[in-house]
Design a protein around this ligand. Structure first.
Ligand code: AMP
Ligand code: MN
Ligand code: MN
Ligand code: MN
Length: 283
């Protein structure tokens, strides 16, 4: 189970643990020929990744994973083949980065109420002065011995109904898709299986996404089960979306997820790399 395309990955620019050069080396060793860097709400790593991929003879797709609040729920939208210098895109992402800063302070003060002190400093240390996210808090709490693993931190502290939870104030679905489209990119619903939507809600999401200009869905994700891939294949086909494939790699700490280690795109679907706006492969 190995794919030459891996269109969903994170570096230390957001909440991955590998610096860009180390990430690209991993990608090359995994035999991936085309990769997208899709850090959360940031395009700050694009130029370095572009250079590293050129040196390693990997086709590079500039990407981003935008945080969206849709009907009170967090949804992630991938932008693939975006122009990372586009002003509309950058203005939009900057609003999300500002929210991340405010949210980090709120998370820390909520954690302080349950006796977890210095969480902002701890999380910032893990974020290394770059974008701050819940994963950085999670790493701090594990380091402090408050939880044994990241999953437990999310379950006990950082998700709805728990002491460190802060409601997202992300972009709207329409905004995210329009920033991507206006910067020349293809908008793609990230890991649709993760949202636990009913069929009715999933259809509503897809219809609104298409109405906003979205064209693809990540049918194949390392975070999807075989059943979820099958289910998303049906939705993808029915709504005539292009299919994307990505590992959502965050670094070697997660022993189950590796670059390129994902199922093939089901044969009946049109892969997003066959979209007319997809760049021509160099390597
Ligand atoms: P944020 O965008 O800062 O709210 O953080 C979302 C990120 O946290 C996701 O992209 C994942 O990397 C991570 N995450 C979310 N839920 C979990 C979980 N249950 N276990 C481990 N990591 C998670
Ligand atoms: Mn993440
Ligand atoms: Mn995501
Ligand atoms: Mn991701």
């Amino acid at each position: 189970m190995s794919s030459q395309y891996d269109l969903h990955m994170h570096s230390t620019i957001s909440d991955g643990t590998l610096e860009i050069d180390a990430l690209v080396s991993m990608v090359r060793e995994a035999g991936v020929k085309t990769m997208a860097l899709t850090d959360h709400d940031s395009v700050a790593g694009i130029e370095q990744a572009q250079r590293a991929c050129q040196q390693n003879q990997i086709n590079f797709i500039p990407g981003v994973e935008i945080s969206v609040t849709w009907n009170g729920q967090v949804i992630h939208i991938l932008g693939l083949n975006i122009d990372h210098k586009n002003k509309i895109l950058n203005d939009g992402l900057n609003k999300l980065l500002e929210f991340r800063e405010r949210r980090a302070e709120m998370i820390a003060s909520r954690l302080a109420r349950v006796g977890i002190t210095n969480a902002l400093e701890g999380a910032k240390r893990h974020a290394k002065g770059r974008l701050i996210g819940r994963m950085h808090f999670a790493r701090f709490l594990v380091e402090e011995g408050i939880c044994t693993d990241l999953r437990a931190v999310f379950k006990r502290y950082l998700t709805k109904g728990n002491p460190g939870h802060v409601k997202g104030e992300w972009s709207s679905l329409e905004e995210a898709v329009s920033w991507i489209t206006q910067s020349g990119g293809l908008a793609c619903i990230a890991h649709p299986g993760r949202y636990r939507l009913t069929a009715t809600r999933l259809r509503a999401l897809i219809e609104e996404f298409i109405a906003a200009g979205g064209v693809a869905m990540e049918v194949v994700s390392a975070t999807h089960s075989a059943d979820e891939i099958q289910k998303m294949t049906m939705f993808c086909e029915k709504h005539q979306l292009f299919a994307s494939a990505g590992s959502d790699y965050h670094g070697p700490e997660n022993r189950w997820i590796h670059p390129g280690k994902i199922a093939p795109v089901p044969a009946q679907l049109n892969p997003v790399w066959e979209h007319h706006a997809w760049p021509i492969a160099q390597f």
